[in-house]
Design a binder for this molecule. Structure first.
Ligand SMILES: [Zn+2]
Length: 275
């Protein structure tokens, strides 16, 4: 299946430089990630444009900053941002958040959804608020989404797409630096737009990693990570109550295994709680 078929295309002009191989370490988990052809910095720049375009879209209703729920999203977001920034700087990961331009917006929509684009561009949909219920639930979701951005999961996924599309040709690009073929694949990825390239379903591995990191991030920000279990149980309940599974759930399958993994990660996260 082509990338075009997988995601609906956005309109986004992009200036692309083929960046060869980039290696980075995921904070907290220590996993080494090597991305090829796509750099996190480029993705962050493109995501910032896509995010702004999305907010300006007449069909997208951004809840006014004077609204108390929007303020709650911004307040919890700022708490997580500050805690994460402190952690990153203290642990030698400053470079990885250099290009971050954090933003936290609440979007009026019945959709049960939330996401974070590369570079810290967060959106929470009003439809998810009955399930997040309180600050702890919201911090669970936002901590998890921010974790995807901190772990540079989008760059990893885009890189996997480049590799899959190019196959053996990738090896040639590694040595030559760039080729027309790489260029066209990367153009396609960057051309997917906000709804495509930056809010794709993550792999199972990335989901579990974001859960783990998210628990620690919420704890660092002063939110009891044990509340995450309750949130995911409510999310699972919401799914069984509705005929159409929530968008968030389609990308975040909640099952016993997920909750078991969260419980397993809790002792580590609790070390950061009220530290
Ligand atoms: Zn996720």
């Amino acid at each position: 299946m082509s990338i075009r078929k997988l995601y609906f295309a956005g309109v986004m002009a992009a200036i692309i430089t083929v960046s060869g191989c980039t290696s980075s370490i995921v904070p907290l988990t220590g996993r080494k990630v090597t991305t090829f052809g796509v750099s996190a910095a480029e993705l962050e720049q493109q995501a910032a444009i896509a995010y702004n375009n999305l907010l300006k879209d007449p069909q997208v209703k951004v809840v006014s900053a004077s609204n108390s729920e929007a303020q709650r999203v911004k307040r919890i977001g700022a708490n997580i941002q500050n805690a994460v920034t402190k952690y990153m700087v203290a642990n030698g990961f400053e470079e990885q958040i250099k290009g971050f331009k954090w933003e936290f917006n609440l979007i009026e929509s019945p959709e049960i959804n939330a996401w974070c684009m590369p570079g810290g561009k967060v959106a929470v949909y009003t439809g998810i608020l009955p399930i997040t219920k309180d600050d702890l639930g919201l911090a669970t979701v936002m901590g998890h989404e921010v974790a995807h951005a901190i772990a540079q999961h989008s760059a990893e996924r885009a890189s996997d797409m480049v590799k899959a599309q190019l196959g053996g040709a990738a090896v040639g690009v590694l040595t030559s630096g760039r080729s027309e073929q790489t260029q066209s694949v990367i153009n396609e990825i960057y051309g997917l737009g906000a709804q495509g390239a930056f809010i794709l379903p993550n792999s199972r591995k990335q989901e579990l990693e974001a859960d783990k990191m998210g628990l620690s991030f919420m704890a660092m920000a002063g939110y009891d990570p044990r509340a995450a279990v309750n949130f995911w149980q409510r999310m699972a309940q919401a799914s069984s109550n509705s005929q159409k599974p929530p968008v968030f759930l389609s990308t975040h399958p909640t099952d016993n295994d997920r909750i078991a993994q969260i419980n397993k990660a809790l002792p580590e996260a609790l070390k950061y709680y009220n530290k």
